[in-house]
Each structure stands twice: as structure tokens, then as C-alpha cells.
Design a protein around this ligand. Structure first.
Ligand code: MTE
Length: 329
């Protein structure tokens, strides 16, 4: 049944995904957006000193100065994590998104997030832990130090970007709750608010809310981050504000956005896409150029903003030195 009904945006043939037509459409779209962004800045986003400014992501109409966390961004960059690729331009990373709660059209997500309220945002760390936690993201970012890391990001659709995330190693976040030795997996649950996220109301065939999972070793690997910022600012709504997970050696769908619950469990948790289409989306989902998706190859990827340049995909998205040992028999 899942095969018949479910058509996520990444269900495209490779030919379609790489077509020149799409590329030019996107360039045109981004150009139009540039004009729109300036307009938006003038109308809605006036800073305290009276100067108009466009804000990050072009969709969050709260001026940055109003954030109680403005002093925390940009966080100090951790130079141990550098990508050997040029950074993706911010406007590409914040206007081309996968966030099915809002729409399946990737270049429309940022326009659909207006009603989404991301502050205050309480989330819990629960399950097999000694000290269950309930706290807001604003409290979290005061409790643990933020750092910036530049990571490659690879979507199973075969597009990729390189962006500076701001956040906290997930291991540190989990430690707040003291996982017990019985905890073998970590389950993530995103929000459920059909009045704020139009596709949760419209697309009832999806099993909302979005849910994902990692093994405890993956979740506590030094690369895995709980992310609250992007490009030196708070995370735009369309990129998963106020808290998402980034697992840079896995396909992007393994990183749940706008998380409300982190649960430590002893059995492999079910995941949103695997439940919908198990033969296409596995639990582990490590980036691997040699394992094609049933519908298209994963051998190469196009860079957001630079789709004319197609580059070879690397096993573990180039992070093998950090994670290959997790998967050795
Ligand atoms: N998390 C939620 N809650 N809903 C989603 O639709 N999409 C996933 C992942 N996390 C998704 C999600 C997919 S398929 C990708 S590729 C990344 O988010 C996209 O992140 P980005 O929009 O910041 O590039």
C-alpha cells in the first residue's frame, strides 16, 4: 500500500533530479526570491536601531534582536570539523528544504512556516534514563555550550550542501538525562500541530508526527549534533527550528527536525520513511555510493546552488574516519 500512496518529493527519477530544466527553474526562483527578500526586509523586519534588515531564512518574521539568545550567535567555530568543499550559499540552504509537515514542494517550505510557533519550545528526554528531563530549547542553550561546525550534508535525493551548523554534541544533551545501560537506541519525535503545519492536516496518509532513530553508538558519536543554529544565527523554521538532529554520514532524513521528544529505548525504533516504504528507506541509511536507492543511483550528487557541478559521493559522506568502525563486523 505504501508504494501506491506515498510519493515524497524525493521520489524522482535520477534524470529528473539532475535535469537542466529544474536547475534553471531554481535559478529563476532564487532570483525572484532575492527581490522578495529585500521587500520582506523593508516591510517586516526592522531592527531596533531602525534599519531594515532581511533575516535568516527569509521566513521568520521575528527580528533577530528579539531573540533572548541573540548573544549566543554566532558561536565559536570548532575548527576540528571542516569540510573540504565550498560553503553553500545561505539562500539555497534556507529556501530549498524537505519538511513534509508543511509541504512536499521543497522550494515552498520557507513560505509555509509563517504560523509555526517555535518559542517557547519544550522537549523531553525520556525512556531508559535515570533523570528524565523536560526543558525548553532556550534553557538548553544556556545549560550547554554552543559551537559551530561546518559539515557536508547529503540528501537521498542526491543533492548535497555544505553548511555551518550551530549546536551541541548530542551526547552531551543525552547525558543531561543519564541514560541507563539498558538504552540501546535513541528515538526522536517531531512536533504534531496540524493548525500550524498545513501538510499535517492535508496529507493524512502520512503517519504524523515524524519519527526517526539511531543506535546509541551513532547518537553518541562525536559527529552527531543537536542543532539550534545555521549560518551563525538561530535555526530558521524551515530548517527545523528550534532543535533538530544532524548525522552527517547518513542521508538527511535520519535527522528529525523540530524535535519534541528524545526517547532512550532498548529495541530498534520504527522510523517514518521505513514504515512507509521499507524497501526504499532502511534504518541505518549511511551514505554509500555503491548502494543505489531502488529508483536511482547514489554514486554522485549535485551541490545546491551549483547543480552543474556533479561530484562523486563518498562512502559515509566522507566521514569514514569517525564512523566506519561502528559498522565493522
Ligand atoms: N524532519 C521532519 N520532521 N520532517 C521532514 O520532512 N525531512 C528530512 C529531514 N528531517 C524531514 C525531517 C529530510 S528528507 C531531509 S533531506 C532533511 O530533513 C532536510 O533538511 P533541510 O531542509 O534543512 O535541508
Amino acid at each position: 500500500m505504501a508504494n501506491i500512496i506515498i510519493r515524497p518529493g524525493w521520489y524522482r527519477s535520477e534524470r529528473e533530479a539532475t535535469s537542466e530544466r529544474l536547475y534553471h527553474n531554481r535559478r529563476q526562483f532564487i532570483k525572484t526570491l532575492g527581490i522578495g527578500a529585500i521587500g520582506m526586509g523593508l516591510i517586516g523586519c526592522t531592527s531596533k536601531n531602525g534599519q531594515a534588515q532581511a533575516n535568516n531564512g527569509l521566513a521568520n518574521d521575528t527580528p533577530e534582536e528579539e531573540s533572548p539568545n541573540a548573544d549566543l550567535y554566532p558561536a565559536k567555530r570548532n575548527e576540528a570539523y571542516r569540510a573540504d568543499r565550498e560553503m553553500t550559499e545561505e539562500e539555497y540552504a534556507t529556501t530549498f528544504n524537505n519538511f513534509y509537515e508543511f509541504t512536499e514542494q521543497q522550494n515552498q517550505v520557507y513560505k509555509e512556516v509563517g504560523k509555526f510557533e517555535t518559542r517557547p519550545w519544550e522537549f523531553e528526554i525520556t525512556g531508559l534514563v535515570n533523570k528524565p528531563q523536560k526543558l525548553t530549547v532556550d534553557e538548553l542553550v544556556r545549560k550547554l555550550p554552543l559551537e559551530e561546525r561546518v559539515y557536508r550534508f547529503r540528501c537521498v535525493e542526491a543533492w548535497a550542501m555544505t553548511v555551518p551548523w550551530t549546536g551541541i554534541p548530542l551526547k552531551k544533551i543525552l547525558e543531561l538525562a543519564e541514560p541507563t545501560s539498558l538504552a540501546k537506541y535513541v528515538r526522536f519525535v517531531s512536533f504534531y500541530r496540524p493548525t500550524q503545519a498545513p501538510n499535517q492536516k492535508r496529507a493524512t496518509w502520512y503517519n504524523w508526527p515524524y519519527y526517526e532513530g539511531l543506535t546509541i553508538e551513532e547518537a553518541t558519536n562525536e559527529l552527531t549534533m543537536g542543532v539550534t543554529g545555521l549560518y551563525g544565527k538561530e535555526l530558521p523554521k524551515q530548517n527545523g527550528a528550534p532543535l533538530r538532529v544532524i548525522v552527517p554520514w547518513k542521508y538527511g532524513y535520519k535527522g528529525a527536525k523540530s524535535i519534541v521528544k528524545i526517547e532512550l529505548v532498548d529495541n530498534q525504533p520504527k522510523t517514518f520513511w521505513n514504515d512507509l516504504s521499507p524497501e526504499e528507506y532502511g534504518f541505518i541509511s549511511n551514505v554509500d555510493p555503491e548502494v543505489p536507492h531502488p529508483r536511482w543511483s547514489q554514486a554522485t550528487e549535485r551541490l545546491l546552488g551549483d547543480p552543474e557541478i556533479r561530484v562523486d559521493t563518498r562512502k559515509y559522506n566522507g566521514y569514514g574516519e569517525y564512523v566506519a568502525s561502528l559498522y565493522e563486523a
